[in-house]
Design a protein. Structure first.
Length: 618
């Protein structure tokens, strides 16, 4: 397991509100979604819940049957039971009253059972979806996270999942209710009276046109709203994560202005969705009320002429109200559907992303160590590499690091030092060539095997909320308390840890904010030592230490690095003194290679760097 998390380079496309670059899908809020991926995701979520989905459908069918029986009982009461009651036959009217009461009672019980069952189904589905998003985000490669901001990931697992919850818990019931109501009521109206039923069914033609128009217009505005929400979250997360430089450089006013713009955009798109909904509701009610008024007038005329029974007309009017009342609820479903469809597309696009550093199809194991020391040979064989957002960083690169050798890599910013470290840690794969560990291509090693063999300590030592002991134990979760403390003592961290209020049980809080940057780095070194890797990468890992802390770490590093293959990326040349070998890099190439003393004694670049460093200390 990796001893520390890698620091994430600054991402320049954090603000999805800026104009999108059509050449890079990461600049847009919606990642490319393969055809059919959204439907496949929905099917996979519902597949384990098929039995309970069928049960909820059955409960709703029975509930609708109980509800729709009411107007038939009313028609029977007006046309049959009331005349019978006048003839002193009370049985039919009593039967109608009891039947109506039983239908109301059954409807309530079935509605309660449906709501409870459907809520459990939706929550289980959303629990599965949130877990998928979290697991998939962790499985994606480092380059994905360097380009797709954490704020967008948060939006996918919160706002977008919440949109799906609203659809599953509220919208689907409305849709099924509307469909069942339309089918059952249309059939009953046609059965009661063919003319009234035909007019009622014909009135759905303009309503269908309204629904299609609403779907087309609402789909666009809901997609814009989802993007606007993500932009607000991204800006908020970015600002809170960078609160120290925000305060230090007085960015509050500028951030307020940027956030106000994003917030206004969100409010505007949210208002657009409400406006589309209002247009739909007004139009549907106008059509429904016109149809009801026309049918009532025509029916009344037929009752007066004796061609239609009063009870049938009363039942038809009740059914018409029940037929048109759900139209508003259909609008609410469409509202939820458009929002959920936009969210589901974004989630499907995220889940469709594949790691650029995949697990091998047939993983190999590293050969057993042949010596008592844990070091392994590292070979860069014809490696070429360039980031997607830039040019080639490493042209053809060849390097062999013998097992157990400590190599310091120095050079100017952008020379390729950190890229070298990331390729060795397999945060990226080379575009050409191979990186070998004891003769085995890193691409052929399963990730657990690789992480046991190669550990990276970065410039930014990331600590998780929890105790100091918990953070050290990340290097080896099954380590005992004695082993954790032994690692801390070996690295020189025990003194400051023991001075903390609760010692090793002190909660370091968010990002380790309770202790200093140098102390966090010491914890990261203890974590790496506990992991006991064959290859240790130190990427400017002492840069955040003060002089006493750096000297303490350098004293401990002779123990930590003994026998291991180590790559030390260094800006401070004091770190180079522990190395067996120094590489000087420029523009992705090695321009000097030798022992520290030999290079210092020469007249090359490293000698000039070392001389300038010595002069700065004078």
């Amino acid at each position: 397991m990796t001893a520390t998390t890698a620091s994430t380079p600054a991402v320049t496309d954090d603000d999805p509100s800026r104009p999108a670059d059509a050449g890079d899908p990461f600049d847009r809020d919606v990642l490319p979604t393969p055809p059919g991926a959204t439907a496949a995701l929905l099917r996979s979520l519902l597949a384990p819940l098929r039995a309970r989905v069928a049960l909820t459908t059955l409960l709703l069918l029975l509930q609708q049957a109980a509800v729709q029986a009411g107007p038939l009982l009313v028609a029977y009461a007006i046309d049959t039971a009331v005349p019978a009651f006048r003839d002193d036959r009370h049985g039919p009217l009593v039967a109608v009253a009891v039947g109506y009461l039983l239908c109301a009672l059954a409807s309530g019980i079935l509605q309660f059972a449906f709501v409870e069952t459907s809520a459990r189904v939706s929550q289980d589905g959303l629990l599965d979806l949130r877990g998928r998003i979290f697991r998939h985000a962790q499985a994606l490669s480092v380059d994905f996270h360097e380009r797709y901001t954490s704020g967008r990931l948060i939006s996918r697992s919160t706002t977008d999942v919440e949109s799906l919850r609203e659809l599953l818990e509220e919208g689907l019931q409305e849709l099924v209710t509307v469909v069942l109501s339309f089918v059952s009521i249309a059939a009953l109206l046609l059965w009661l009276d063919l003319g009234l039923g035909a007019v009622a069914v014909a009135s759905f033609v303009p309503l269908y046109a309204l629904v299609r128009l609403y779907r087309r217009r609402a789909g666009r505005v809901f997609g814009e709203r989802s993007t606007a929400i993500a932009a607000v979250i991204v800006k908020f997360v970015e600002t809170m994560n960078g609160i120290r430089p925000v305060r230090a450089f007085r960015r509050e006013a500028a951030n307020d202005a940027e956030f106000a713009g994003l917030n206004a955009r969100h409010a505007r798109t949210n208002g657009d969705t409400l406006l589309e909904m209002a247009r739909y509701v007004v139009g549907s009610r106008l059509v429904a009320n016109t149809a009801v008024a026309g049918i009532v007038l025509w029916g009344a005329h037929r009752v007066a002429s004796g061609s239609l029974e009063l009870g049938v007309l009363a039942a038809a009017v009740l059914y018409l109200r029940r037929l048109y009342d759900p139209i508003d609820r259909l609008g609410m479903f469409l509202n939820s559907y458009q929002s959920a469809a936009a969210s589901l597309e974004k989630i499907a696009g995220l889940l469709a992303q594949t790691p650029s550093v995949p697990e091998p199809a047939r993983p190999r194991e590293l050969p057993p160590l042949t010596t008592e020391f844990p070091g392994r040979e590292v070979v860069f064989d014809g490696v070429r590499f360039g980031y997607r957002t830039g040019g080639e960083v490493l042209p053809r690169f060849d390097l062999t690091l013998p097992a157990g050798q400590t190599v310091a890599v120095v050079g100017s910013t952008g020379a390729g030092k950190s890229t070298l470290a990331k390729l060795l840690a397999r945060f990226y794969d080379p575009s050409d060539g191979r990186v070998l560990l004891d003769g085995v291509d890193l691409r052929e090693l399963a990730m657990p095997e690789l992480r046991r063999g190669v550990v990276m300590v970065t410039q930014e030592a990331f600590l998780f909320s929890g105790t100091v002991a918990d953070n050290i134990a990340i290097g080896r979760p099954d380590a005992t308390r004695e082993e954790i403390e032994a690692a801390a003592k070996a690295i020189g961290a025990d003194e400051f840890i023991s001075a903390l209020p609760d010692g090793y049980d002190t909660d370091v809080r968010k990002r380790g904010g309770r202790i200093s940057a140098g102390q966090r780095q010491l914890v990261a070194f203890a974590r790496a030592l506990l992991a006991d890797p064959a290859v240790l990468i130190l990427d400017e890992a002492t840069s955040s230490l003060d002089i006493p802390g750096e000297r303490a770490v350098q004293r401990a590093m002779s123990t930590v690095l003994r026998g291991r293959t180590a790559v030390v990326i260094a800006h401070r040349l004091s770190t180079v003194e522990i190395a067996d070998r120094v590489l000087v890099m420029e523009h992705g190439r090695i321009v000097e290679d030798g022992r520290p003393a030999e290079l210092i004694a020469g007249t090359g670049r490293f000698a000039n760097l070392h001389r300038a460093w010595r002069d700065s200390l004078a």
